[in-house]
Design a binder for this molecule. Structure first.
Ligand code: FDP
Length: 341
């Protein structure tokens, strides 16, 4: 802990720049939602909030009561800012369009209110992931093509490079927000007695290489050969390259990426062989984690291309994700491309 604790709000305001005031409002409102969610998670078993609603979401997954409840909390927190024009959430089939009085054109927020929800009923670590983009297209040089084939700007589907800020709130033994506004990555721990997020992790940097891999190996028979060979390589024994790597998999993206950011290594959720899909959602899982990883000196890939430059076709598009230490992710890409066997 630093000598003079800096609150999340002070940290955001001190960033300066034309967007600082509005970003401060957006991120501090997300922090309010995070505080409310953390409190509910702590008592969920006592107030009948565990288990499913009986319904399925847009992805065809069984919806947990807490998924729905947390989505309402985030929606209200974002509406209250008066700054958000579009909200894309894992829990809503269609983007929510809002009106804003912002003279700067407003903001788009993509969010997974509770990520890793299969961990909810077992008191495991879950998180809220968020990604903040502009509501209006940034002016381009040269200007965007006006040809009939050019797609009009849709704020609800923007590539990761359009993100102005991204982060997650991790609900573990402590509640922690990890945030980037495009100038490095910082972590803020929720002080349980003061009820404020205070900077606890300054300028997080991922090691160039780690000794841990994180993947659901139960799916290995479905992976493409390059991914299978890569994971077999990591399990091989070789002192010079620090192998075998240790396996660590919580099955909660926030928890697995957080450990990878701090300790290095790689997290993978590959596509099944012959598909381009993957499981994770580009806009509110892969892209915000990709921005955090890159800002911490790491790398995020869909296997053959950088996550950050992928243009989503739909708000809930899925992608494969390989994320972590730059050397580990680069080697995984080499295996997938057949450059390493
Ligand atoms: P969950 O389905 O429990 O919400 O995309 C969501 C996610 O969890 C990630 O948080 C996690 O890394 C992954 O899916 C776990 O998927 P598997 O159970 O297929 O391993």
């Amino acid at each position: 802990m630093e000598q003079e604790p800096i609150s999340l709000e002070e940290h955001l305001r001190s960033a300066g720049g034309a967007d600082a005031a509005e970003l401060t409002v957006l991120v501090t409102q997300l922090a309010v939602a995070g505080r409310i969610i953390a409190r509910e998670l702590a008592r969920a078993a006592l107030v009948g909030q565990l288990g499913t609603t009986g319904g399925t979401n847009v992805q065809g997954e069984r919806v947990k009561k807490l998924d729905v409840w947390a989505n309402d909390v985030v929606v209200r927190a974002m509406e209250d800012t008066g700054l958000v024009t579009t909200l894309v959430s894992e829990e809503m089939a269609e983007p929510l369009r809002l009106t804003t009085a912002s003279p700067r054109g407003g903001w788009v927020v993509c969010v997974d209110p509770i990520d890793g929800s299969s961990n909810l009923d077992v008191n495991g670590v879950v998180g809220t992931i968020f990604s903040i983009r502009r509501g209006q297209e940034a002016p381009r040089v040269p200007p965007r093509s006006t040809s009939p084939e050019a797609q009009p700007f849709d704020p609800a589907v923007q590539p990761g490079t359009a993100q102005v800020a991204a982060g997650y709130i991790m609900y573990g033994p402590s509640t922690l927000m990890v945030l980037t506004t495009g100038d490095g990555v910082d972590g803020f721990t929720l002080g349980p007695t003061i009820g404020e997020f205070v900077r606890s992790h300054r300028r997080m940097r991922i090691p160039a290489r780690g000794r841990t891999y994180s993947v659901n190996e139960g799916n290995s028979s479905k992976w493409e050969p390059g991914v299978r060979r890569y994971v077999e390589y990591l399990r091989g024994v070789d002192v010079a390259t620090g192998r075998p790597y240790s396996a660590r998999y919580v099955g909660s993206l926030v928890a697995d990426v957080h450990r990878t950011l701090l300790e290095g290594g790689i997290y993978l959720y590959p596509a099944d062989a012959g598909t381009s899909g993957g499981k994770l959602r580009l806009q509110y899982e892969a892209a915000p984690m990709g921005m955090l990883a890159e800002q911490a000196g790491g790398r995020a890939s869909a296997g053959r291309e950088r996550i950050m430059t992928l243009q989503p076709a739909t708000p809930h598009q899925r992608v494969p994700l390989l994320i972590g230490s730059p050397e580990d992710v680069a080697l995984a890409e080499d295996f997938i491309a057949g450059r390493h066997r």
